[in-house]
Design a protein around this ligand. Sequence first.
Ligand code: XLS
Ligand code: CA
Ligand code: CA
Length: 439
Amino acid sequence: MYFPEVKKTIQFEGRKSKNPLAFKYYDENKVIMGKTMKEHLRFAIAYWHTLKGTGADMFGGSTVWNRPWNKYEKPLDAAKAAMEAAFEFFDKLGVAFWCFHDIDIAPAGKDFSESCKNLETMVKQAKALQKKTGVKLLWGTTNAFSNPRFTHGAATNPDAHAFAYAAAQVKHALDATQELGGQNYVFWGGREGYETLLNTDYKHEQEQLARFFHMAVDYKKKIGFKGSFLIEPKPKEPTKHQYDFDSATVLNFLRANNLMEYFKLNIEANHATLAGHTFEHELTVASEAGHLGSIDANTGDPNLGWDTDQFPTSFYTATYASLVVLKQGGIAPGGINFDAKLRRGSCDLNDLFYAHIGGMDTFARGLETAAKIIEDNVLDNFVAQRYSSYSKGIGKKIMSGKSSFEECEKFIIEKGEPTLVSGRQEFLENIINDYIINA
Ligand code: XLS
Ligand code: CA
Ligand code: CA
């Protein structure tokens, strides 16, 4: 047993509870707009942070975090212990899903074939543990960015040899994801970007990336993988300019390369901030295009300009995000993956529980609040009213394609100036506050 202090699955105890190892808002069986919280939220744990995180940062290596599964010397023994610990944690937290990169769960071998064998070994163990606990795989992915062979990118590497390596690696990670019944597969372009245009053929790299995705689609069809393919936008870090900058950029790339029907988006909160957007902006752009597939839940720090991947704690952000998700009818087959890591100073095992409990409660509360706002029609009525001039007269003609510049000119000569109507931002913000406190 790796988490002896937590004896059984974390329970819902309600808002008044003072127990730090209990949920205050996440009541998995509570029904909201016809579905249980568990069905709505589809929480997942990110293996790389939660099991493999060491507290390392740019200025210091691993700290002395208490992680009993790390005591084994042989890489495969350590990997197996981490997998046992992982499923004990998922089970005790009561989450339905997990996510991994190939190299999170399986150690690298002496060559490619041995690495693939290690992955197969670990997939067998994961499959047995999934069966035992009922925890499912939300998504798998490939880490084609940490190894030095990917220094100049994976699919966008100027060397076709490195491209081929990444493709071979994704092939195996896809096989692993399929074997584990993964409901999605994520492509985050780790080093798909550039440092300087002086040495970069931008157009060629875009074409390479498109080729890579088409080859992935071909393989998906060939093996009959039924999960969704998701691209995760991020504007920078590690490269100065990442090609999958934000939702709008990725959607444009998909459209331009005939890939629209094969991919949706996995939106991460911290990446939205890095792109100079809000989380809800990125979610909305993806969702309005019918392409919001899944969520990586975390947060950045307003005082720091990088990808701090902190656990989400803002009821506001969770409420705004839930408004988008509820309006599109849910996030399935995607989910809410806590791509978040403990601060370097949070060195105790139980910190893992506190962090995830806080994140789950935050999104549970966001869901409740958003549902109430939607049920009461607070914003929708206001927004509908704000655009009502487009459902009659000149507005209706404009939107149905039946008007022209000449007609608008005639209209203005006749009617003169438009009347300024208040957008009531502060009024609406106060209403949101009221719902956050009272919903
Ligand atoms: C890094 C990304 C990464 C992806 C999966 O910033 O968030 O963790 O989610 O490769
Ligand atoms: Ca992420
Ligand atoms: Ca991140």
